[in-house]
Design a protein around this ligand. Structure first.
Ligand code: NAD
Length: 421
């Protein structure tokens, strides 16, 4: 089937990846569309009263890829170029990610086409609340559970939760994850994705006999994922020599002061203004020589050309979809030089701890942070072991192995339940 709705380069990338996996697993043609296309995709209009009293309309999306294993689960992205195809691709990746980690969820994703940095605080609140209000007929703790993604944060999740709860007449914390701890969130969720990235990169470095105290890291993106990945690596003893965000890049061969940079970014919203001496060309950040490279910003930043020029030993994909299928072909040939930790494993600490948050909210029984982190690492280790075993057994890349495990689990769940009617 060729859909005119789901087009665009990010969706094409998700489709191409599934084709590679389906060929590898020998999945029949007629089953591929069933696996690829989302169960539901919703588009809503969100009219918002702006501070100057104008009404501005924003378009919002939510995609539920499948519900065969449980509710859809996935973040909400506020970014200017968001469209239904990109959201669908991100929902598809969430499906493989949740299945790889053995979570009882299907993949979901949502978004609003908006630059949140251009909104005043009250406008952002109005938009967040209206978006959730429009979504009420489609979401629920057993149907679709939202979380933060690019451009959204704990505060936005608190507004989502409050709006949903107001309509139900009772507090429903389990409707979203990534909430503030004081509003039913879990300890360790804010740090979970970046912490998981650092944990897996650290594990790989130890297996490759790289001395952590003499190792270097480079991070693209300094939001939730990038900053906590940088902090985790910094705490392991690595020198984080370069960091970038949408405003520019910083480089320091002796290692950036990551806790100070996090405080600065927390106060000012970006790394801009941290230092005038350490400025660096952001276009060169991905090809800097380093032990660990963490792309933690956007999709499709590593194309075939960049892949050819990577000078890292470990590529730890914090962002979703940072590497194009063309780049994967290059990385396949460079398997002995660059150890790939693919996105659906590398950044899965976020959804793993979101799962813990949902469970704690449903049970109204909250865990210590130590328990959250221990269980997160346990799931990451289990998925990592499965991926490496599968990659060796099938002689395929880590990405193909990880996705094959995820796709197989989703396919098994759909097939066992059967087609309705
Ligand atoms: P965020 O909004 O907190 O941060 C995004 C960062 O990327 C910001 O520092 C921004 O300045 C930077 N950025 C934007 N454009 C850039 C550019 N052109 N060059 C360099 N940096 C740029 O978002 P986040 O939650 O950290 O998400 C980042 C990535 O990680 C996304 O791909 C997201 O889907 C993925 N992810 C997030 C989570 C999570 O728990 N937040 C979980 C899994 C995956």
């Amino acid at each position: 089937m060729n859909s005119t709705l789901f087009t665009g380069p990010v969706f094409q990338m998700a489709r191409d990846q599934l084709t590679v996996i389906a060929d590898h697993l020998g999945i029949a043609e007629d089953q591929r569309d069933w696996l690829l296309y989302p169960k539901r995709a919703v588009v809503v209009t969100c009219p918002v009263r702006m501070e100057d009293n104008r009404t501005q309309v924003f378009i919002g999306y939510r995609v539920q890829h499948h519900l065969a294993l449980g509710p859809a689960k996935g973040g909400t992205r506020f970014a200017p170029n968001v469209d239904i195809s990109e959201i669908a691709a991100l929902a598809i990746w969430m499906s493989w990610k949740c299945a790889l980690a053995d979570l009882p969820f299907g993949g979901g994703k949502g978004g609003v086409a908006v630059d949140p940095r251009a909104l005043k605080p009250k406008e952002l609140e109005n938009l967040s609340r209206r978006y959730m209000q429009e979504m009420i007929p489609f979401v629920g703790p057993r149907t679709d559970v939202m979380a933060p993604d690019m451009g959204t944060n704990e505060q936005v999740m608190a507004w989502f939760m409050d709006t949903y709860s107001m309509y139900q007449g009772v507090t429903v914390p389990e409707i979203v994850t990534g909430k503030p701890v004081g509003s039913g969130g879990t300890l360790g969720r804010r740090e979970a994705t970046g912490r998981g990235v650092a944990y897996l990169a650290g594990r790989v470095m130890k297996e490759l006999s790289i001395d952590l105290n003499n190792a270097t890291a480079v991070i693209q993106g300094f939001g939730n994922v990038g900053s906590y990945a940088a902090l985790g690596l910094h705490q392991f003893g690595l020198k984080v020599i370069a960091v970038s965000d949408h405003t520019g890049a910083l480089y320091d061969a002796t290692g950036l002061d990551i806790p100070a940079l996090m405080r600065h970014a927390g106060e000012h919203g970006s790394i801009a203004g941290f230092s005038s001496q350490l400025q660096f060309d952001p276009a060169q950040i991905l090809t800097l020589p380093c032990d660990v490279l963490v792309p933690a910003a956007m999709e499709r930043v590593i194309d075939a050309h960049v892949a050819d020029n990577l000078k890292c030993r470990v590529l730890a994909e914090g962002a979703n979809g940072p590497t194009t299928p063309d780049a994967d072909l290059v990385l396949d040939k460079r398997r002995d030089e660059v150890f790939l930790i693919p996105d659906i494993l590398c950044n899965s600490g976020g959804v793993v701890v979101s799962y813990f948050e949902w469970v704690q909210d449903l049970q109204q029984l909250f865990w210590e942070e130590e328990e959250v982190t221990r269980r997160e690492y346990h799931i990451l280790d289990r998925a990592f072991d499965q991926m490496v075993l599968r990659s060796r057994a099938d002689k395929v890349s880590h990405r193909t192995a990880a996705m094959a495990i995820g796709v197989e689990k989703v396919r098994a769940a759909k097939t066992t339940r059967g087609l309705f009617p």
